[in-house]
Design a binder for this molecule. Structure first.
Ligand code: HEM
Length: 257
């Protein structure tokens, strides 16, 4: 109901000449349809469904990734220090920007390793082979089977990622540079899915992760309150029935550097 009211409110204030966001774009299409059913194709339900899809796919994942990042960084103060060193060398005291990403291989390697190690979305969205039976690597997948990709298992395959249950950003680095797209660690990284239904928000997610983390670490050390302890960061201990992997609820201290 709240979402429905929000859409009604945005609709009543919507001005074609001032399109500012994705919802406005949808409302533009939607209005065309209301005025002339031959022109557009979006209904009220489509608009609501797409907003729900975006909330579910973008907010929950980003929350899980950032909660996981804080949790892991609080376990590894030395890694925090190395990221901060890169921030000092490349960014200095101005605000970090997306252009800095290419010049900060250690930070980028940490982002990749956070995504690999925790595999916040352990499974892909459900897919199905609707048209026919499929033969794959000696397995027969009957028509209509619902299939989930197991990202968690792929990211902890020790033939690709040695010591898979260790958090090691260096696995994404060679001679101080980020390894290329054809390196096994990157080629086998599928945190955003694969193929035609892969995550449409990958670029945005990576940018947000980089900016949130660098803005925080530029100014603060992430610690936990004295007299508290950190539970294990082993992602196997964090699996639950939830579609996303979240660390346990924690209190952090942001200590000014
Ligand atoms: C770090 C954060 C994120 C992670 C780890 C992530 C990961 C994924 C994964 C694994 C899938 C499933 C791919 C598949 O089923 O094969 C997916 C789908 C999707 N993601 Fe993301 N995502 C993230 C952030 C976002 C953001 C910020 C947005 C939107 C702005 C977004 C929009 C979507 C959409 C719309 C789909 C469905 C695509 C489709 O079914 O065609 N995601 N994401």
């Amino acid at each position: 109901t709240e979402l429905h009211n929000l859409v009604q409110d945005m609709k009543s204030k919507y001005d074609k000449t001032e399109v500012q966001n994705f919802i406005h774009e949808l409302l533009g299409e939607h209005q065309d349809f209301a005025e002339d059913p031959d022109k557009g194709w979006l209904t009220d339900e489509h608009v609501l469904g797409m907003i729900m899809d975006l909330i579910n796919t973008s907010v929950l994942t980003t929350k899980a990734v950032m909660a996981g990042a804080l949790f892991l960084l609080s376990h590894f103060p030395k890694i925090q220090e190395k990221i901060r060193e890169e921030i000092t060398n490349i960014v200095g005291s101005r605000s970090p920007t997306t252009e800095d990403m290419a010049s900060m291989p250690y930070t980028e390697a940490c982002m990749m390793e956070i995504l690999r190690y925790q595999s916040h979305l352990p499974l892909t969205a459900p897919h199905a082979n609707l048209s026919q039976e499929v033969e794959l690597e000696g397995y027969t997948i009957p028509k209509g089977t619902v299939i989930f990709g197991n990202l968690f298992a792929c990211h902890h395959d020790e033939t690709v990622y040695p010591d898979p249950w260790e958090f090691k950003p260096d696995r994404f680095l060679e001679e101080g540079k980020l390894v290329g797209a054809d390196h096994p660690a990157v080629r086998n990284f599928i945190g955003f899915g694969v193929g035609r239904r892969r995550c449409v928000g990958q670029q945005m997610a990576r940018i947000r992760m980089f900016l949130y983390t660098t803005c925080l670490l530029q100014k603060f050390k992430i610690e936990i309150p004295k007299d508290t302890s950190l539970p294990s960061h082993d992602p196997r201990a964090l699996l639950s029935e939830s579609p996303v992997i979240l660390p346990p609820p924690m209190q952090y201290c942001f200590v000014e550097c």
